[in-house]
Design a binder for this molecule. Sequence first.
Ligand code: SAH
Length: 217
Amino acid sequence: MGINDTARHQGMRKKLVEALKIKGIRNPEVLSAIGKVPRHLFMESTFIQFAYKDQAFPIGAGQTISQPYTVAFQTQLLQVEKGDKILEVGTGSGYQAAVLLEMGARVFTIERQKELYNRVHKFLPEIGYNPACFFGDGYKGLPGFAPFDKIIVTAGAPEIPEGLISQLVIGGMMVIPVGNNQRQEMKLVTRISENDYKTENHGDFIFVPLLKGTVNF
Ligand code: SAH
């Protein structure tokens, strides 16, 4: 693991993994990935001391790094397998992308805020993570790179964007929080045929909103 990952950080990560187990995360590959990604390197210096608390924190541009439990929960729902081609909407800090990469997925991630995109697409390779990073409106997905085995949306959507479902392989799955600004329901959407999909609900969460268009500074 890269620069500035000490035995103390590793110890704190072990405790975080134990806390996630107690909260119901069972998938061993998910837990192992959380145990490996140095979350403290993804945080602003003011919050580094809290990096292994199970909480969300500000990352600039009015956005947050998701709570580890939420990252683990979404990742577990997605049933990630080695070699899966995954689209992430909402790169944010890059932490979720790093967790997927640790699990052996190929990751395409898209962010609508230029400031975050600029920072993260330079930073991730520096610590050994190499997703394909894109600046753009993830509402539309990445039609030029579709289809994807899995899609993970890490911002709260007002409804399920049909355009994203069409970028899944048949049998592919998308995990997406859907609701209003106060509260979203975690949905697991499976594309069962060319024109049909089914959805399952998996409880309430709170995300920053999925917004249309891009922010260019
Ligand atoms: N996965 C991130 C969580 C970031 S919070 C992490 O691990 O840190 C959600 C992110 O989604 C924010 O950075 C926000 O700017 C971004 N976002 C919101 N709407 C978007 C859209 N339409 N396309 C791409 N990114 C979007």
